[in-house]
Design a protein around this ligand. Structure first.
Ligand SMILES: O=C(O)CCC(=O)C(=O)O
Length: 312
C-alpha cells in the first residue's frame, strides 16, 4: 500500500494545510501532541479496561495486552457499559481541546472553531474482524455541512499490525458515495464500490494526528497484534456552517445525558461550551419540532423529541 504523505506540525501553514486537505483529503501530522498528555489519558482508560477484565492480568495495563476471552465491541451490552465509563472521563473530553490541536484546526477551519462535543473512543480488541471499521465517509454519520474535519488520535504507537486508519486519497472530491446498510450494524461502502485514488496507510504513532475531510473514504486496518488498539476521533468545523444537532445530544434510548457525563468532572470549563456559540442547526429547531410530531415510525418521533429536549 502507498504510504501516507506526512508533515511535521512546524512545517504546516494555514495555506499548506488547506491545500493538502483540498487535494488529498487528509493530512498526517507527526508529533503534534505531547506524549505525556496522551499517556495521562491512556492510563485512565486502561485502568477502566483492566477493571472490566479486558486486559490480561500480570501486565502493566498501559501495555494493553488483551484478554481475548473478554473480546467485545459495539453493540454488545458489556462493551457499552465499559465504553460509557471511558466516555465519562474528563480527560477524554479535554483531549480534542488540547491547545496544539486547536491551533492546527484553527489554521484549517478558521477562528470560528467548533469542536464537536462527542468524541468517539475506539477500544479495538485484536483478531476480531467483526469489530474492524470498514470503508465509509464520516458525512454519512455526521450530516450537517460537509466542510467538517475528523481528527484521528491514537493514544499509543500504532504500527501497521495494530490496525491504524487507512485513507482513500482524493476520495473527498467525488462527493457522497452510496453506503450499504442492509443487515449491517454500521453502514459501509462496499469494497468494490469505493471510488477515489489509491488507499494510503502506514504507522501512526502517539503524538501524531490524522486529519481528514468528512467526505474522505477511510477504514481501519485489522488489529493483528496481541494488544487492544485505543484511539479517539473528534470532529471540527466552522461554527457558522450548519450542524446536525444530533452531534450535540444523546438521541438514543439509553438514557445517556450530559448531566451524567459531567457528574464526576472537577472543572466546569468544558461543560456545555457549545451552548455559548451562535450555532445554526440543520434540521433547525422548528424543523425538529415538526419532525417530533410527524416523523415515522414513532421511534423516529421519540428520537427527535429527545434531541430537542437536550438543545434548550
Ligand atoms: O478508529 C477506528 O477504528 C475507526 C475510526 C473512524 O472511522 C473515524 O474516525 O471516522
Amino acid at each position: 500500500m502507498k504510504s501516507f504523505c506526512e508533515f511535521q506540525a512546524s512545517e504546516l501553514s494555514s495555506h499548506s494545510l488547506q491545500d493538502e486537505i483540498s487535494s488529498r483529503g487528509y493530512v498526517l501530522v507527526r508529533e503534534l501532541l505531547p506524549q505525556d498528555d496522551l499517556r495521562h489519558l491512556l492510563r485512565e482508560v486502561t485502568q477502566i479496561l483492566s477493571d472490566a477484565g479486558w486486559l490480561l492480568p500480570g501486565h502493566d495495563p498501559l501495555e494493553r495486552v488483551a484478554n481475548v476471552n473478554a473480546a467485545c465491541g459495539d453493540p454488545d451490552p458489556g462493551f457499552k457499559r465499559t465504553y460509557q465509563e471511558v466516555f465519562n472521563l474528563e480527560a477524554f473530553h479535554a483531549l480534542p481541546h488540547h491547545p496544539a490541536l486547536q491551533r492546527i484546526m484553527s489554521m484549517l477551519v478558521g477562528e470560528r472553531l467548533l469542536i464537536h462535543p462527542k468524541p468517539i473512543g475506539r477500544l479495538i480488541f485484536p483478531h476480531c474482524e467483526r469489530l474492524t471499521v470498514h470503508a465509509h465517509q464520516d458525512y454519512r454519520f455526521m450530516g450537517g455541512d460537509p466542510e467538517c474535519f475528523t481528527v484521528w488520535i491514537p493514544l499509543h504507537d500504532c504500527p501497521v499490525d495494530i490496525g491504524p486508519l487507512q485513507i482513500v486519497e482524493g476520495s473527498h472530491r467525488l462527493g457522497y458515495q452510496r453506503h450499504e446498510d442492509e443487515n449491517l450494524h454500521v453502514p459501509e461502502i462496499p469494497t468494490e464500490a469505493v471510488a477515489g485514488g489509491e488507499w494510503v496507510g502506514g504507522e501512526i504513532n502517539a503524538g501524531d494526528v490524522l486529519i481528514f475531510h468528512s467526505l474522505t473514504v477511510h477504514a481501519a486496518s485489522p488489529n493483528l497484534s496481541k494488544q487492544l488498539r485505543i484511539s479517539l476521533d473528534c470532529r471540527f468545523q466552522d461554527y457558522k456552517r450548519v450542524l446536525n444537532p444530533s452531534n450535540l445530544a444523546f438521541a438514543g434510548e439509553s438514557g445517556k445525558s450530559w448531566e451524567k457525563t459531567y457528574a464526576g468532572w472537577h472543572s466546569d470549563a468544558l461543560k456545555y461550551y457549545w451552548k455559548k456559540l451562535p450555532l445554526e442547526f440543520q434540521p433547525s429547531k422548528s424543523e425538529l419540532e415538526y419532525l417530533a410530531m410527524t416523523a415515522e415510525p414513532s421511534s423516529a418521533r421519540a428520537r427527535y423529541t429527545r434531541i430537542l429536549s437536550q438543545l434548550s
